[in-house]
Design a protein around this ligand. Structure first.
Ligand code: ACM
Length: 524
């Protein structure tokens, strides 16, 4: 099959080369190594020539896997959005084709991970090799970033976008590169989350964690327990109207994320952070007080009753319904800040809920506190506060997601003048958010235990997409690089030059980024 597609590739190049009207283009000297790619690829070799993207360019893909064709279509849509060019995908009867982009499924052993890719850019062809459609999708993000904002209209009689030639060999450092949106404290719509996914995908992130429940709001429809959204979905911080995703909305988000090769990790936070659930169904409450809707920002006052069988029957339904709509491998159970749950109850609860998550075919993820329980080695701990928990979980065989609040929390203010956000963990200017190493931040954590990194965005202080984006951008872009690029490529001075050149993309996407003075923003 591979040989067949390669044969098609060679035949198309030969065909293109025979076009009588084809004129040599005198490309200017280019330097692929100097391209402002984020994340910085593992290996880049420049060959100083160029590929001219124009109306005579066509996209071909391996056709044995429909997911490769979908990647080709995605690239064509994005090229159209950026340049206006409408490039055909897998149309072998077009005789006007002069140059081609071939997205090839390859079994090369050099492609060591499912997300690895190789990009060969020559004068008449771009060849992208990947083992999986996921790898091909990461590779086309590199290609998108290499297309200049402006066409060159002097090299030939029509507009041409000059892409520097050379070779890129690339693969991610971590398998998990994510961000979290807290849609509970304030609700964000399906379209707003999709806009966030678009930007995550452009920077090769692969996981979106949705914090779907908290004291202030329950945001996902559960058919067997309708009051969760009827009652628990109607509140948010500050007294606004809240909101929730219907199951159709959630499935739409999951499908949109999947099209961008992004996995959704659903979180139902428990046994603390559960006031909205207990307002909906008071039998769940374990703190002995009358439950009332809550729209403030304190934490640590609510808990499920860990001693009641009915609580676990409820959770079996909730986890079952969400797991059935979530094709990804993970289910996040929160587990943080359960300050009014007795420690013995907390441990009992985590161990029982882990079994329910596993029964529904998922790997449990929880905030670092879950390491106090006897968790299964397949369970993943997410470090946010206590490094000792991460060490203990890793010693037990668990993998760790790195989200240390003082380095990776997107809701921490940039400085004391930032209008939104908090600073209980730290102020995090753009350079501080970039300048840390997930491998050394916890003293005794073997690097093999690190699954990856995630930048969470809590929403106590933000109530619309512009505020959300102001905190997330540009820091999210740095976390994308920390998760992907080899440690030896991580260099603030080099990064800030490449970051400066993201302004054109951010502005075109209408993303409201914080214009940090540390960066000399380049807008075209
Ligand atoms: C957390 O910030 N409570 C995980």
């Amino acid at each position: 099959m591979i040989y067949r597609t390669l044969f098609v590739f060679v035949a198309i190049i030969a065909l293109a080369a025979c076009q009588p009207q084809k004129k040599e283009i005198n490309y200017p000297k280019t330097d692929l190594v100097a391209a402002p790619l984020i994340p910085k690829p593992v290996k880049t070799i420049a060959t100083q020539s160029a590929f001219g993207l124009d109306a005579q360019t066509a996209i071909y893909t391996s056709t044995n896997d429909p997911a490769f064709e979908a990647v080709g279509q995605f690239l064509s849509e994005k090229i159209k959005g950026k340049t206006g060019l409408d490039l055909a995908v897998n149309n072998t009867s077009d005789a006007t084709v002069e140059r081609l982009i071939f997205i090839n499924q390859s079994d090369s052993t050099d492609l060591a991970t499912p997300e690895s890719y190789q990009l060969y850019i020559k004068k008449d062809s771009i060849l992208l090799n990947a083992k999986t459609a996921e790898g091909a999708f990461r590779g086309i993000q590199t290609l998108r970033q290499l297309i200049p904002e402006q066409s060159n209209d002097t090299l030939t009689d029509h507009p041409l976008w000059v892409i520097p030639s050379g070779k890129i060999m690339d693969a991610p450092k971590y398998a998990y590169r994510g961000s979290m949106l807290d849609v509970s404290r304030h609700f964000f719509s399906v379209d707003e989350v999709k806009k966030y996914i678009d930007a995550m995908a452009y920077y090769k992130m692969n996981t979106l964690h949705l914090h779907l429940s908290d004291d202030q709001g329950w945001r996902i429809e559960i058919k067997s327990w309708p009051k969760l959204t009827e009652v628990g979905g109607a509140t948010e911080v500050g007294g606004g109207e809240g909101g929730f995703y219907t199951q159709e909305d959630y499935k739409d988000l999951v499908a949109y994320a999947a099209k961008h090769h992004i996995t959704i990790v659903p979180e139902i936070d428990m046994p603390g952070h559960t006031n909205a659930a207990s307002v909906s169904y008071p039998f769940l409450n374990g703190n002995g007080k009358k439950v009332e809707p809550y729209t403030g920002t304190q934490v640590g006052f609510s808990t499920f009753d860990a001693q009641k069988d009915t609580v676990y029957s409820f959770l079996d339904d909730v986890i079952g319904e969400i797991a059935a709509m979530s094709p990804g491998p993970y289910f996040h159970i929160g587990g943080d800040e359960s300050h009014v749950t007795k420690k013995s109850d907390y441990i009992l609860f985590i161990e029982k809920v882990e079994k329910i998550v596993q029964k529904h075919g998922k790997r449990m993820v929880g905030w670092n506190e879950i390491a106090q329980a006897k968790i299964d080695p397949s369970t993943i701990a997410q470090l946010w506060s206590n490094p000792k928990d991460a060490e203990n979980a890793a010693a037990n065989g668990s993998k760790i997601i790195m989200s240390p609040a003082h380095k990776a929390y997107l809701d921490m203010q940039y400085d004391s003048l930032t209008k939104f956000g908090l600073h209980w963990a730290s102020y995090i200017p753009v350079d501080v958010g970039y300048n840390w190493d997930p491998e050394t931040i916890v003293e005794n954590l073997p690097k093999e235990s690190i699954l990856g990194i995630e930048a969470p965005l809590w929403s106590e202080t933000i109530s619309n997409i512009a505020e959300l984006e102001y905190l997330a951008f540009p820091r999210l872009i740095g976390y994308a690089e920390l998760g992907w690029s080899p440690t030896e490529h991580l260099n603030w001075e080099d990064y800030k030059e490449r970051l400066a050149k993201q302004a054109a993309y951010l502005e075109k996407m209408n993303i409201n980024y914080y214009p940090s003075k540390l960066i000399d923003w380049k807008k075209d």
